[in-house]
Design a protein around this ligand. Sequence first.
Ligand code: CDP
Length: 226
Amino acid sequence: MPQDNVITIDGPAASGKSTIAQKVADKLGGFYISTGNMYRAITLHAMNSNIDLSSDIFPDRIDKILEKLDLSYSKNADGKLSLMMNGKTADSAIRSPEVAKHVSKIASMENVRAWLIGRQRELASLGTIVMEGRDIGTVIFPDAKYKFFLTASPEVRARRRLAQSGETPEGATVASVAGEIAARDEMDIKRTIAPLKKADDAIFIDSSDMNVEEVVGLIVAHIKGS
Ligand code: CDP
């Protein structure tokens, strides 16, 4: 039986998944969940625990710090979900360029993904969820009824990321941002566990020449029409 309360949106870095997923969730009266922010929160927690992420990371050190991390979502008064790290709302630090630089290395670790899989799956008990990431349609919810794979050209993605304040370093250019996201995509595509990949049954959307409302309209029409 397909899981008809779950909508999955996967795709490469800065493809617009979070903006689109939030709006689709609003239209359907469901919850928006960014799994990238969960990997980013673990990355920030590792940095705050003085783990040097620029050299080899020992899995048992990560196991140790995961024991000290309580990662969950709580419902706000406005009905949206907030990611909580040890009882506090995760702030913009998880979206910093420094975290972005290291997150794909953390996300390639088997123990990190194993730690998150149950936490991500259990969110389906909330009701309708729109979950975005890299492996949501392939690994987390392979039985989801509605799956989308969202992409855009590298240049469009770099421009979109540059427009998001605080997510790129001072002095960043389209070329430097394109380089950063290409490096992250390469790691995400090439890793052995849960790589970035379109699920066979996902609908492919290239949003290079589409605005936000067009993409949201396409996804919602598909869900309502099926
Ligand atoms: O927003 P952006 O496209 O930059 O990335 P994100 O969705 O915040 O994800 C950050 C990183 O987390 C990705 O580059 C992946 O390395 C990792 N990730 C993952 O491995 N699996 C997911 N389901 C979601 C994110």
